[in-house]
Every structure is written in structure tokens, then in C-alpha cells.
Design a protein around this ligand. Structure first.
Ligand code: ZN
Length: 151
């Protein structure tokens, strides 16, 4: 899909996920968690993770915020369940480039393609922090947890 289609998809995807967020809630016995705040907009989310070795076996979020922060968290949790921590960090890097960089390319229907709608926030610079909040919160949850690898 190209940028024109992304702009059209952007609003619909965000409205859908805001209305029916995926993985919304708390994990009772989370292996790690973090709280994220975006004072500029008033977004406040918590991310909870369960890890099985270096695999994200479960992930949930809760909190309150604007439609963009909530839908971004919803999509992030959907993509990351079952991924390794390394894959999660790679997707975060790609997501960051996507919302901040000024480039145009064709997106495949892979995991990164599902994030491509957030290229729409480039039109609204103040919203980049809303879209990124869940990812930064995820990163701090992972960084605050020591992981033992048996590899
Ligand atoms: Zn926001």
C-alpha cells in the first residue's frame, strides 16, 4: 500500500482500535511492567509483560489516553505477542523511523505493514508522542528487567 492509502486507513484503524482495544487489561503476575506518561496530551498507560525465556508470551496494557495512544498500544500488543525481545526492539526501531522520518515507500502486509498506518501521524507532529508512548513504555519495562538467556 502507498502513502495515499495509508492516510485513508489511518483514521479508520485508529477509531477501530480505540473502540475495541486488543489485550486491554492487566496481567496479575507480570514478569515486568512499566508506566508511561505523555503530559503533553494527558496519555497515561501501563504495559505488562510475561516472558518465557526471551519470548514475550503475554502482553497487556491499560490506562487512559487519546485514541492514537490507545490504538497504538493495542496494535503493538497484537504484534508483539509471541515475538522475541530482539524482534520487539527491531520493530520499535522501525516504528520510530516510520513516525519521524520523511520517506515514502511501499509497505508489505507483514508486521511492519500493520504499523504503516501510523505514518499518518507525520501530518500531526504533536501526535508523534501519542503514537510512540506504548513503545517507549514497553522499552522501559524490558530494560528494567534482567533477563537470563540460556543460549
Ligand atoms: Zn495523546
Amino acid at each position: 500500500i502507498n502513502m495515499t492509502e495509508i492516510q485513508a486507513l489511518y483514521q479508520q484503524v485508529i477509531l477501530d482500535h480505540n473502540k475495541n482495544p486488543h489485550n486491554f487489561g492487566e496481567l496479575d503476575h507480570a514478569d515486568c511492567s512499566a508506566e508511561g506518561l505523555n503530559p503533553l496530551c494527558g496519555d497515561h498507560i501501563n504495559v505488562f509483560l510475561n516472558l518465557d525465556g526471551n519470548i514475550i508470551s503475554d502482553i497487556r496494557f491499560n490506562g487512559s489516553g487519546c485514541a492514537i495512544s490507545k490504538s497504538s498500544a493495542s496494535i503493538m500488543t497484537t504484534l508483539l505477542k509471541g515475538k522475541t525481545i530482539k524482534e520487539a526492539e527491531e520493530l520499535f526501531g522501525k516504528f520510530h523511523d516510520l513516525v519521524t522520518a520523511d520517506f515514502e515507500e511501499e509497505y508489505d502486509e507483514d508486521d511492519f505493514g500493520k504499523l504503516a498506518v501510523f505514518a499518518g501521524v507525520r501530518e500531526f507532529p504533536a501526535r508523534i508522542k501519542c503514537a510512540s508512548l506504548a513503545w517507549h513504555t514497553l522499552k522501559s519495562a524490558l530494560d528494567g528487567n534482567s533477563i537470563i538467556s540460556t543460549e
